[in-house]
Design a protein around this ligand. Structure first.
Ligand code: FES
Ligand code: MG
Length: 548
């Protein structure tokens, strides 16, 4: 899309960067070049000059050891390029899990006029006549393979049936969640979030967004006027009603941190925990993203919870979010429930504290088994993912359905990058007995497409000196979600006197150079968003010196 520019392009008209995370290595975002062309048309139409700005891209299924290790890198590089280049505003094109958070973190830091076009989910694919949800059904079918009820060949066939169009995962995973929350935060053209990637209305919206970016520059409307504490609290309400990903917790905290907005982990519980689940999408429910779109989409959901939303929160249009929601209607009550008849009461993310998680941990009750939300059982401890893989299927492993599986050494510093391993696989001998869920506790994250009674983001992590490092196999773990507690039933003096488990504290990697070293030395814990300590707080678009 390189273009030549005539002299009048430099007569003072706004220069709009199109920050584009398209990449062949990020299949979820591969269609964003096409979206960018529509944005560019809209920029021209409104009298601006569009400028392509390819950025670091993160493909969730491709990047190792975990895309989360690189989220802050992507955010930092995008931030620096937005500031260093001569641009007046930016359109942010993202989709796959970490890309929209990274773009928003960058835009928040630079605070240039900015607007997001979420790339949108893929269409539903079917396998043997049944719809398949990305991620969620992969986890489920892979357990069937391990349980011996599905062949490897059938499993691969199901995978290619599932990925049938462009776009990101079609479940209410992190990509869907963050695309929708970008709109709730006020940072998209109203009504665009959730539009499937292959729907022509996405290109239409992209065109209008390009024109809107020019208007944002003219009116000097900047991210800090849009993403206020009120917008973040609205996003927390929406996260609960949508049954969104637990990863949104770390991403929203990180974006808020970049703006200097005072948002804490406990805000998620205070604001979100009483909100009912209205959307019947996998992993919490049955349907998929194009069902949500045809059922009325995000606005129909927001209308149901409008009394919980702050009416003052603005969007990039300069008008409040609630103005745009208007009279949105539910077209399919199986997919979107009313506030009075929700899928489930109290759906928000619960924030736990206790002697195992002094700075907090989270659990998503909507994805958990109700009978396990209050549980006491003996710990079976794994010090790393490698330790887990080596022993979890050992027929001699001393484990029952009542055991609490603990996986530590997987936090931001420990792994590093805090991978999505918290929904650890169940022991195959228990799977064979029909067990499909157990309490699991981890200092890592889990995929937004995953389900199970999983306590995650335990802070501080084992590798940062958290008490998780002092738990031993056989200790009694007490989970009480209603009371918001996660404890190990060991006297405080005994726990304090124990040596932290070397294998979990040592950290699996001690990187001696490059990004990974910078990351491990400066990353903060999950309870504040796992950003680098020196990137917190807004810094603006000022450039101190000329190039020569
Ligand atoms: Fe990109 Fe799921 S792999 S959104
Ligand atoms: Mg994911």
């Amino acid at each position: 899309m390189r273009r030549g520019l005539p002299p009048h392009a430099f007569d003072g008209r706004p220069h709009i960067a199109i920050a584009n995370t398209a990449s062949d290595l990020t299949p979820c975002n591969a269609h964003l070049d096409e979206v960018g062309r529509s944005v560019a048309n809209g920029v021209y139409e409104a009298g601006g000059i569009p400028l392509d700005l390819p950025t670091v891209s993160l493909g969730e299924t491709q990047v190792r050891p975990t895309a989360m290790l690189w989220r802050n890198l992507a955010a930092m590089t995008i931030e620096e390029m937005l500031r260093a280049n001569p641009i007046d505003g930016v359109v942010l094109l993202g989709g796959c899990d970490k890309t929209i958070p990274a773009l928003l973190m960058a835009a928040a830091s630079v605070n240039l006029p900015a607007v997001v076009v979420p790339g949108g989910p893929m269409l539903t694919g079917t396998f043997r006549g049944a719809p398949l949800g990305c991620g969620t059904d992969v986890w489920r079918l892979s357990e069937d393979v391990r349980a011996g009820t599905l062949s490897q060949a059938e499993f691969l066939q199901s995978e290619s049936s599932m990925i049938r169009s462009k776009g990101h995962c079609n479940t209410m995973g992190t990509a869907s969640t963050m695309g929708l929350l970008a709109e709730v935060l006020g940072m998209t053209l109203p009504g665009v979030a959730g539009t499937p990637a292959s729907d022509s209305r996405l290109l239409e919206a992209a065109h209008v967004t390009g024109s809107l970016a020019v208007e944002l520059v003219a009116t000097d409307r900047r991210p800090d006027a849009v993403m206020t504490r009120a917008s973040f609290l609205n996003a927390i309400v929406a996260l609960a009603a949508l049954g969104g990903s637990t990863n949104a917790v770390v991403h929203l905290l990180a974006i808020a941190g970049r703006l200097g907005v005072d948002l804490t982990l406990d805000d998620f519980d205070r604001t979100g925990s009483g909100v009912p689940l209205l959307v019947d999408l996998q992993p919490a429910g049955r349907f998929l993203m194009d069902d949500l779109y045809r059922a009325g989409g995000l606005h129909a959901v927001l209308r149901e919870v409008r009394h919980l939303l702050d009416p003052a929160a603005l969007t990039v249009t300069g008008r409040p979010l609630l103005d745009h929601v208007g009279e949105a209607r539910i077209h399919d009550p199986d997919v979107i429930r009313t506030f009075r008849e929700p899928l489930r009461e109290d759906a928000g993310i619960a924030v736990l504290h206790g002697n195992l998680a002094p700075d907090g941990a989270v659990v998503k009750p909507a994805a958990a088994s109700p009978h396990l939300l209050r549980h006491r059982g003996p710990a079976v401890v794994f010090d790393s993912v490698e330790d887990l893989h080596a022993r979890i299927d050992d027929p001699d492993l001393d484990v029952t359905a009542d055991s609490v599986l603990i996986l530590r050494g997987c936090g931001p510093k420990g792994y590093p990058g805090m991978p999505e391993v918290a929904n650890l696989p169940l022991p195959s001998k228990l799977l064979a007995e029909g067990v499909r869920d157990m309490v699991r506790v981890c200092d890592g994250r889990m995929s937004g497409t995953a389900y199970g009674t999983v306590v995650l983001h335990v802070a501080p992590e084992a590798a940062a000196g958290g008490p998780l490092a002092r738990v031993r196999t056989g200790d009694m773990i007490v989970l009480d979600v209603a009371a918001r507690r996660l404890d190990v039933d060991v006297p405080a003096s005994e726990l304090a006197a124990r040596e932290p488990a070397a294998a979990a504290v040592r950290a699996f990697a001690r990187p001696d150079r490059g990004w990974q070293r910078l990351y491990v030395e400066t990353v903060r814990q999950a309870d504040t968003g796992a950003d680098l300590d020196f990137l917190i707080g807004s810094s603006g678009d000022g450039v101190p010196r000329e190039s020569h």
